[in-house]
Write a protein that binds this ligand. Structure first.
Ligand SMILES: Cc1cc2nc3c(=O)[nH]c(=O)nc-3n(C[C@H](O)[C@H](O)[C@H](O)COP(=O)(O)OP(=O)(O)OC[C@H]3O[C@@H](n4cnc5c(N)ncnc54)[C@H](O)[C@@H]3O)c2cc1C
Ligand code: SF4
Length: 444
């Protein structure tokens, strides 16, 4: 009898222990799931839930909730676990590393481009990187595949193909004009140099492409890559500055100069060659063209007097270093408001917006800008438009007849939206198709 009681007591203790463990586990799972659900709700409000390009799709039947995908992803809060299954949170922040795809032990993740709701427009590019316009090639993220390593590899391969098809004699000034100096354009330029082509690289902005716009603190992840005229590059985790310095040095050593601040406006066919014209009015002729312009597009200009002054910028980099300036922000979207708020504490910031109220902005930004206005941290001038930019002032037109405001100014940031690269491609005659959820990386 005593033994029986002892056994019952032991078994009860074990069962109780197990129940406590299960209870704690379930409570933690519930709490964690709730946190992820809250993050998803915020992502939906802020517009980052719906993917814009590449993104992971989880097969819930295969997912066992190990969280290996979350641990592997170098970006933050793209995936989370709800009730033991992985779900996407900020899917639009996915840049397509594919680390989640490789990390999942049950192969539950597939990488897609576009969704049923939001298609992604991609140009037609053949195996040899040539488009439907013979002589115009595309490489890098513009073709649909992100990441620095892929862009470098494609830039190299595209030029190798151009070399094979290029006629030795022609009457154009260049064999090849490369448009865009991001990772793909840099690698293409090095390959063109290696093959002794007569080539020119035009960049609308500054060398480095999208990498140049990364926040300074971002850790750049890249797998080893083969850079033409250099060899294997093993910078697996690096900083933006280190990567940009590295590229500048390699280009310098090979005597390659990228023509910066040269935005290509048009490409037309003329007597078997291409005529390329830039915004500055420069004209070139080339036998072939390689587009390595990425997918981020071109900021829209206001078209007002003085816009070419050096103090005018279309994006904000290293805000913390800008102090004690009179700054004008132009625009009423999220980028304009976020930039104004970032600069407000250490500068005198005025925001000019052509409408009477902010619309289409994240609720959080709406709240923050109202608070900042009420506290006098910055000034917002609704229903105004810049009409003239001078060295130390900006003139705004108001909606009152003929009335204008001249405001002291050191720096002006314009956030007036942008022209998508697809608009540019259509003008050139390149066929575009919309991908509504196509698997680009899947297990066999
Ligand atoms: C926030 C963020 C983080 C990322 N982190 C990583 C990471 O850690 N690791 C990684 O591998 N990848 C990362 N990526 C992705 C990576 O930056 C891109 O895949 C890569 O830069 C694509 O290279 P690209 O040369 O094809 O295009 P881009 O780098 O976009 O370069 C295109 C260039 O073309 C220029 N251009 C455009 N239009 C014209 C025109 N009309 N005339 C002249 N020039 C023009 C642009 O100014 C730009 O310099 C990240 C992307 C983002 C947005
Ligand atoms: S593909 Fe990359 S960025 Fe996207 S979720 Fe997977 S690991 Fe993160």
């Amino acid at each position: 009898m005593e033994l029986l009681i002892e056994n019952i007591a032991v078994y009860s203790a074990v069962i109780l222990f197990c129940l406590v463990v299960i209870f704690i586990y379930l409570r933690k799972q519930k709490r964690d799931s709730k946190r992820v659900e809250e993050k998803i709700a915020i992502a939906k409000l802020e517009g980052s839930y719906e993917p814009v390009s590449l993104h992971p799709v989880v097969d819930e039947n295969s997912c066992i909730g190990t969280g290996a995908c979350i641990a592997a992803c170098p970006e933050k809060d793209i995936l989370g676990i709800i009730n033991g299954k992985a779900k996407t949170i900020n899917a639009s922040h996915c840049i397509g590393h594919g680390a989640c795809f490789h990390a999942c032990p049950t192969q539950a993740i597939t990488l897609y481009i576009g969704t049923e709701k939001r298609g992604v427009e991609l140009p037609h590019v053949g195996q040899n990187f040539e488009t439907n316009v013979p002589g115009i090639f595309i490489a890098g993220e513009l073709g649909g595949m992100g990441l620095i390593r892929n862009a470098v590899e494609q830039g190299r391969q595209a030029v190798e193909n151009i070399v094979k098809s290029l006629r030795k004699t022609h009457d154009a000034s260049y064999d090849l004009i490369i448009i865009g100096a991001g990772p793909a354009g840099i690698s293409a330029s090095l390959t063109a140099k290696k093959h002794q082509l007569r080539f020119l690289t035009l960049e609308q902005d500054t060398l480095g492409g999208t990498v140049f716009t990364f926040p300074r603190s971002k850790i750049v992840m890249t797998s080893p890559m083969d850079l033409p005229l250099y060899g294997k590059v093993k910078l697996s985790e690096t900083s933006k500055t280190e990567l940009l310095d590295f590229w500048k040095n390699v280009l310098k050593k090979n005597d390659i100069t990228v023509k910066e601040n040269s935005k290509v406006e048009s490409i037309t066919s003329e007597d078997g060659n291409f005529k390329i014209e830039t915004l500055n009015g420069d004209k070139y002729t080339s036998k072939t063209v390689l587009l390595t312009i990425g997918r981020r597009g071109t900021p829209r200009k206001l078209g007002v007097e003085g816009e070419t002054l050096e103090k005018v910028a279309y994006r904000l980099l290293e805000a913390e270093e800008i102090r004690d300036k009179n700054i004008m922000i132009v625009g009423g979207g999220d980028s304009a408001i976020e930039s104004a708020l970032l600069l407000a504490d250490q500068n005198k910031v005025t925001l000019t917006y052509r409408n009477e109220v902010f619309s289409r902005i994240k609720p959080k930004n709406n709240e923050k800008i109202k608070e900042a206005m009420a506290a006098g941290r910055l000034e917002v001038l609704f229903a105004t438009n810049p009409v003239k930019i001078e060295k130390d002032s900006v003139t705004l037109a108001t909606n009152k007849d003929g009335e204008s405001l001249k405001i002291k100014n050191d720096l002006i940031y314009i956030f007036a939206g942008g022209e998508l690269p697809t608009e540019f491609l259509k003008k050139v005659g390149i066929t575009i198709t919309k991908k509504f959820g196509e698997a680009v990386l899947k297990h066999k």
